[in-house]
Design a protein around this ligand. Sequence first.
Ligand SMILES: [Cu+2]
Length: 144
Amino acid sequence: MLQRLQSACILMFLTFVGMAHAEVTISEAWVRASNPGQSVGAAYVTFNSPQTMRLISVKTERAERVELHSMTMDNGVMKMRRLDEIAIPENQAVALAPGGLHLMLFGFKQPFKADEEVTFKFKFKDSKGLVVEQIATLPVKSPQ
Ligand SMILES: [Cu+2]
């Protein structure tokens, strides 16, 4: 009886959360392993959202600053540019991956070691201007 009551509560809670805002799905997420002394790093994530969202900021306690960057080739020269936000169109995967969009990490004291986990806080804004926060823990990996 008690158990049934509990699951009813959980169901109600989930329904409420679902109505409040649909979550952005975070997948293919990883932080690039860094070498000691290196103070600039990168992290990669794929976003999927049932509604149009914009990624407006990313934070982690492991770095002083996280910037949203794009990377393009210009006459054989790789160029990075800081973006104010990254658009996530409705039901359309947006991949931050090596060679393209990425999260750039600045000012960290400890190197990121393979198999560690790093927690990030993502801030998204929906089309009505409502800001939602999501926490995700990313594994650190060495690129092959
Ligand atoms: Cu960059």
